[in-house]
Ligand binder design. Structure first.
Ligand code: IVH
Length: 670
C-alpha cells in the first residue's frame, strides 16, 4: 500500500502540473494544445486517484474547482494595502487636465508615458499567492476590509491555483476584475428564463450575484472570467513600469487583457480610447471605459494617493449605454416554435450611438416582475451585442394614466387560442399552420444558425412569403433567378447571387441542415453530434429511439423530439421533396474523409485580391468548410489582405488574428 500510495502521490503531482498547464493554454491563452477528451481523461484519472487516496488532495488540485458545501457567511478579510477606486474623466479635455496636474505635481518631468487599459465592468478582487500557491481571495469591500470568497474564486478556470515558473515571489497580491462574458451571460439568462427563474439585468450584476454565492458549487456553474490589472505593492515583483508588471503577471500564468496598450504620449492614450470605443460593441465582454495609468512605477510612488484614489491613474468613462424613454406599446411576436414574446415599442432614443425603438420583454412574468405599464417612462439599456432591454420603469414619474399590459388570449397571427404549457413561462400558439410560425421557421432555415444562405435574410424571406413564392422549405430550392429579379427591390445581380447561394447550400453539411430544420431541442451542438454519429440523413431517419439514446450528449427529451419530428408524415414528405430538388447534405465529400480543411476557420477579406473576385474567394472558403465574416470580431481566425488593406489590418494584428496575403490565402486553400 505504501508503495502504491507513493506512486499515486508522484502521479498526482504530474497530473496537477499537466492539467494546470492545459487549463492555462485553454482558459488564459485561448490556445489549447490537446483535445477536450484528452483533458477529460487526465482529469478523470486525477479524480480516481484522489478518491482512492483522499489524503493526497492538495489545495491546488483542479478537483478543488468544483466548489464545496455552502458557507454560513463570508469571513472578513483585511487588505494588507487598501484597494483604491479611481477618479473619472468624461472628456478629452479632462484627460489633458489630468496630465497637467501630473506635470505640475512632478515639476521636473518633461514627458510622461502611460499604459491604457480597458476598464472591465465587473467586480474588483484581490488574489493572494504565497510561494506561488493561491491561498486567499477577497472582494474589495469598503477598500480596507473585504469578504473572503476564496472558494468561489477557485471555481474560475482563468484564475491559476498555482503560479507558473520556477521562482514565484514569496507573496503576491494580485488585483483584477472578475466578469462574465456577454455570450455566457446571454446563455445563462436564456436558461433562467426557460426555467422560470428571475433574470439578471446585466453581466455585471450576474457576476456579482455569482461571486457572492455562499454555495460555491453554484458559482462553479456560472461562466465567470478574470483579468489581472495590477498588484497591491510594486515591491512584490520588482518591476520598473506598469507595462512590464502586466507582462510579468502574464508570465506567471495570470490572464491579462490583450487590449492593454503602452502609450509613449498622451495623444496615443486618446487614440486608444477612440479605438476601444470602436471595438467595444464587438467584444465578448463589457467595458465601461478605459483606465490610464502612469507607466513608471517610480513616478507612481512619487505621485502617491489621495484619500481614496491614486493620483497616477484615472478612468475615462464611455458614454452611457443606458437612457430613459417612453414605453409606447407592447407588440406580441410569434416565434418559430409558437412561443409568443412581448416586445416593447419605445419612443426612439439614442443609446451609445445607436437609435433604439424596440426592446425585448422576454415573457409575461418579466412584465409583471418589473411592473411595466404602457405610457411608463422607462430606463433602457443596450449592452454590447445584446438586444436592448428595459431595466425598470421610473415609477416616480407616473401620472396615473399608465395602463397595464394586457396579454393576448389568441394568436396575433392566426387567431388560434394560446396555451401555456405546464412549467413554461411562455404563451404558445399550437396551430402548426400558423403563418407567423411558418415564416419564422423559414427565416431560421435560411438564417445564420441555419443554412446561412446569403441574400435570403429576414426581410427577403418575409417578402417571398408574402408573395407566396416560398411557403415551405422546399420552395426555397425551386426559386429561379428570373422570378426573384422581377420582384420589388431585387436587382438582376442580387437575384443571381441568391440563387447561386441556394445552389451551394444544397450540399451543406448534414449538421447544418439538421440545425436549419428547427427540430425542437436540436441546435447546432446536437446537430453536430447527430452528424458525427449517423453521417447521412437516411441513416438518421432509420435510427430507433434506443439508437439515438446511445449518442453521448443526447438525452430522452431530445431523442423523443427527434423521433416525433421524423415520424411526422408531413416532415417525411417535405424531406422527399428536398431530395427531389437536389438537396443532398454532405454530398460533396465522402462521409469518411473527415472534417473539411477549413472547418472551424472564419475568414475576413480586406483590400483587393488579384487572382480572384471577392465572391469567388468567398465561394471557395465555403466549399472548404470555412465561414466568411463581413466584419472584424474575435470570431475571425484569418484576415486575408489584398491590395490596400485599410484599417482592419492593424486591428486584426492587435486582436492576434492570423494575417495572410494573397499568396498565403492561395496556400491555405490549396
Ligand atoms: S486600477 C488604484 N485597472 O475600476 C487603481 N481598475 O473605480 C485601482 N477596473 O474597482 C484600479 N478595470 O474594479 C484598474 N484595468 C483596470 C480596471 C479597473 C476595471 C475597476 C476596478 C475598480 C474600479 C475603479
Amino acid at each position: 500500500m505504501a508503495a502504491e500510495r507513493e506512486a499515486a502521490r508522484k502521479r498526482l503531482k504530474v497530473l496537477r502540473e499537466e492539467l494546470g498547464y492545459h487549463a492555462h493554454r485553454y482558459y488564459v491563452l485561448d490556445q489549447p494544445v490537446i483535445a477536450d477528451v484528452e483533458y477529460d481523461r487526465l482529469f478523470r484519472e486525477l479524480l480516481e486517484l484522489e478518491e482512492k487516496f483522499p489524503e493526497l488532495v492538495t489545495d491546488d488540485s483542479p478537483s478543488q474547482r468544483v466548489g464545496g458545501a455552502p458557507l454560513e457567511k463570508f469571513a472578513g478579510v483585511q487588505h494588507r494595502h487598501a484597494m483604491l477606486s479611481l477618479e473619472n474623466a468624461f472628456s478629452e479635455a479632462e484627460l489633458r487636465d489630468f496630465e497637467e496636474r501630473l506635470l505640475r505635481f512632478l515639476k521636473d518631468t518633461a514627458r510622461l508615458a502611460y499604459v491604457a487599459e480597458p476598464k472591465m465592468d465587473g467586480l474588483a478582487v484581490e488574489l493572494v499567492y504565497e510561494n506561488g500557491l493561491f491561498v486567499r481571495g477577497s472582494t474589495r469591500g469598503d477598500g480596507r476590509t473585504g469578504e473572503d470568497i476564496t472558494r468561489n474564486l477557485k471555481t474560475i478556470a482563468a484564475i491559476p491555483l498555482r503560479l507558473q515558473g520556477e521562482n514565484p515571489p514569496a507573496l503576491l497580491e494580485v488585483r483584477g476584475e472578475v466578469f462574465m462574458g456577454s455570450a455566457g451571460f446571454k446563455k445563462m439568462n436564456e436558461e433562467r428564463a426557460a426555467a422560470g427563474e428571475p433574470l439578471f439585468a446585466n453581466p455585471r450584476n450576474a457576476a456579482a450575484g455569482s461571486l457572492r454565492q455562499l454555495d460555491s458549487r453554484l458559482t462553479a456553474r456560472r461562466p465567470l472570467d478574470f483579468y489581472a490589472y495590477g498588484i497591491s505593492d510594486p515591491a512584490q515583483l520588482a518591476c520598473a513600469t506598469q507595462h512590464e508588471l502586466l507582462a510579468r503577471l502574464g508570465g506567471l500564468g495570470l490572464k491579462v487583457n490583450p487590449l492593454v496598450r503602452f502609450c509613449p504620449v498622451l495623444d496615443e492614450v486618446i487614440a486608444h480610447y477612440r479605438y476601444l470605443l470602436e471595438v467595444r460593441a464587438g467584444l465578448d465582454y463589457e467595458i465601461d471605459g478605459m483606465v490610464v495609468k502612469v507607466n513608471s512605477l517610480a513616478l507612481q510612488a512619487r505621485l502617491g494617493n489621495k484619500a481614496r484614489t491614486p493620483r497616477w491613474a484615472i478612468a475615462c468613462k464611455f458614454p452611457a449605454s443606458q437612457a430613459t424613454t417612453r414605453l409606447l406599446a407592447v407588440d406580441f411576436q410569434v416565434g418559430r416554435t409558437g412561443a409568443v414574446t412581448p416586445v416593447a415599442i419605445l419612443a426612439p432614443v439614442a443609446i451609445g450611438g445607436v437609435t433604439v425603438s424596440r426592446a425585448t420583454l422576454h415573457n409575461e412574468e418579466e412584465i409583471k416582475r418589473k411592473d411595466l405599464r404602457i405610457g411608463d417612462r422607462v430606463l433602457v439599456q443596450r449592452a454590447g451585442d445584446v438586444i436592448p432591454e428595459i431595466v425598470q420603469p421610473i415609477a416616480d414619474l407616473r401620472t396615473g394614466g399608465e395602463k397595464p399590459v394586457a396579454m393576448p388570449s389568441h394568436c396575433p397571427s392566426c387567431g388560434h387560442t394560446l396555451v401555456r404549457e405546464e412549467g413554461e413561462a411562455a404563451l404558445r400558439c399550437v396551430n402548426a399552420h400558423c403563418p407567423a410560425q411558418r415564416l419564422r421557421s423559414l427565416m431560421h432555415f435560411t438564417g445564420k444558425t441555419g443554412m446561412d444562405i446569403e441574400g435570403l435574410g429576414k426581410k427577403a424571406m418575409a417578402q417571398l412569403f408574402a408573395e407566396k413564392l416560398v411557403e415551405d422549405i422546399p420552395d426555397i430550392f425551386a426559386l429561379q433567378a428570373e422570378t426573384l429579379a422581377g420582384l420589388d427591390g431585387w436587382a438582376r445581380k442580387s437575384a443571381e447571387n441568391a440563387v447561386a447561394a441556394i445552389a451551394a447550400s444544397r450540399n451543406a453539411s448534414l449538421a447544418r441542415l439538421l440545425s436549419a430544420l428547427g427540430i425542437r431541442h436540436v441546435g447546432e451542438v446536437t446537430a453536430a453530434l447527430l452528424e458525427e454519429r449517423f453521417q447521412t440523413m437516411e441513416r438518421l431517419l432509420a435510427a430507433s429511439l434506443e439508437e439515438l439514446l446511445t449518442v453521448e450528449g443526447i438525452g430522452e427529451q431530445v431523442a423523443a423530439s427527434i423521433r416525433d419530428y421524423f415520424g411526422d408524415p408531413a416532415v417525411q414528405q417535405m424531406l422527399a421533396r428536398l431530395r427531389q430538388l437536389g438537396v443532398a447534405p454532405g454530398k460533396t465529400r465522402a462521409a469518411d474523409q473527415g472534417p473539411l480543411p477549413l472547418q472551424g476557420a472564419v475568414l475576413l477579406f480586406t483590400g483587393t485580391l488579384v487572382s480572384f473576385s471577392r465572391d469567388e474567394a468567398k465561394e471557395i472558403v465555403k466549399k472548404l468548410g470555412g465561414q466568411v465574416s463581413s466584419s472584424l470580431s474575435r470570431k475571425v481566425t484569418h484576415l486575408v489582405c489584398g491590395d490596400k488593406p485599410g484599417s482592419k489590418l492593424q486591428k486584426a494584428e492587435e486582436l492576434g488574428i492570423t494575417i495572410l496575403d494573397e499568396k498565403g490565402f492561395q496556400q491555405l486553400i490549396s
